[in-house]
Design a protein around this ligand. Structure first.
Ligand code: HEM
Length: 376
């Protein structure tokens, strides 16, 4: 099972740690040079690199490249164009997309993303070792379609690849971006995180040269770093990676408040709006306050109050994986660096299926030096 505790502990945490090491090294360089970097772009590269390895057994090392992969740029642009379709009828959309050039741009983006996925599939089909591999693509390649003796076609596998990249790359990269955006403006929260990290994983403060970056303990990340996990949850409450959801009713039904639903009706709800409702979160709903998640008698919100990972039978399958990656990365970054957002007022949302930052997250980075231990 790819989403098993054993795989999380023995494989994924190491992959996340290794790629976080690359991110830390790059940020160290930025800190030395005093330059500005777009951390939003780098988080997307970090999560892509980790997910390509875990999900498809194919490293791409995009963090090491000078510019984003053409696939990633095309993928973001295609998302942006298609998300606008949610608020337009089919005729209106066709006219607008033809008029503003989006129709042509979308075709070009789809070609780039399809070529990337098909290349990946062809490589894995040709790989004699793929049969022994345990990643998602290897499993799909080895499977027969339900009720059939045939395997999945390249086109079906392309859809699997694209779906999993949205699920595994974008959501977590955006959660990390919004978390750092909030942390840069909440130094007390950063201090509380460091206090917890110092208690639970003191090695995290080792200098970048000494830090092997393989030292994060699975129990620490999944259980003991309660406050760091709360930071991740709180960032997602205010900035849910999937800000709006739509589902269509197969059968007629009635909502809990008595609203009738006809078969075929679309139901839209907004985790973004729900995360900011004072009725649900209290008068301080708009404040970034990880404390609201922490404490012995503090009940954790259920998925119908906090539908950031959806609720019901189609709940996110990667929730635990997202926390593992997000918390591990935050620990590495917060214990090593101070972040200053350049022009925070320019950081805003871009219309897309997920919660991208329109102008990226331009930051200056300084090395964080923990206070020297007091001599006994
Ligand atoms: C912060 C990170 C993440 C957030 C906020 C998130 C959120 C969501 C949401 C809201 C859905 C429901 C989408 C819908 O039905 O409309 C979903 C589904 C899904 N997610 Fe995630 N996700 C995250 C990370 C991940 C990761 C890392 C994976 C790893 C592969 C993943 C895999 C999936 C899958 C496979 C589904 C489809 C489940 C189904 O339909 O049965 N997600 N996620």
């Amino acid at each position: 099972m790819i989403f098993s505790v054993r795989n999380f502990r023995d494989h994924m945490l190491h992959v996340f740690s290794r790629h976080a090491r690359v991110l830390v090294d790059k940020l160290d360089d930025v800190a030395k040079r005093g330059t500005v970097v777009d951390l939003h772009d780098w988080f997307h590269r970090f999560t892509l690199d980790a997910f390509m390895e875990i999900g498809f057994g194919t490293p791409v090392d995009s963090l090491q490249a000078d510019a984003p992969l053409p696939f990633a740029t095309a993928f973001d642009q295609a998302q942006s164009i298609t998300s606008k379709r949610m608020i337009m009828g089919p005729v209106q959309r066709r006219i607008l997309e033809w008029w503003n050039g989006d129709a042509k741009r979308l075709q070009q983006c789809i070609k780039v993303t399809d070529d990337f996925a098909y290349r990946l599939i062809a490589q894995r089909r040709a790989d004699p070792n793929a049969g022994n591999a345990q990643d998602l693509l290897a499993r799909f390649l080895a499977m027969k379609k339900p009720g059939s003796s045939q395997g999945y076609s390249d086109e079906e596998l392309r859809d699997v690849v694209i779906n999993f990249i949205i699920a595994g790359r974008d959501t977590t990269a955006q959660a990390l971006s919004w978390a750092i955006f909030e942390l840069a403006q909440h130094p007390k929260v950063v201090a509380a995180m460091r206090e917890e990290i110092a208690r639970v994983v003191p090695d995290a403060f080792a200098s970048t040269d000494d830090d092997t970056h393989e030292n994060l303990d699975y129990d620490a990340v999944t259980r003991d770093l309660v406050y760091v996990r709360a930071v991740f949850s709180e960032a997602l409450r205010l900035h849910p990676s999937v800000p709006q959801e739509i589902k269509f009713a197969i059968h007629a039904d009635t909502l809990p408040d008595g609203t009738p639903v006809r078969a075929g009706d679309g139901i839209i709800w907004s985790p973004y709006a729900m995360g900011r409702l004072t009725e649900l979160w209290g008068d301080d709903a708009l404040e970034f306050k990880p404390e609201r998640w922490v404490g012995e008698n503090v009940p954790q919100p259920g998925p119908y109050k906090y539908p950031v990972f959806n609720a019901g039978p189609r709940t996110c399958l990667g929730q635990q994986m997202a926390y593992l990656e997000g918390v591990a990365c935050l620990v590495k970054l917060v214990s090593k660096f101070e972040f200053e957002v350049v022009n925070p007022s320019e950081v805003t949302y871009r219309t897309a299926l997920t919660l991208l930052m329109k102008n990226g997250l331009k930051v200056r980075v300084r090395r964080y030096l923990p206070p020297a231990p007091v001599a006994a």
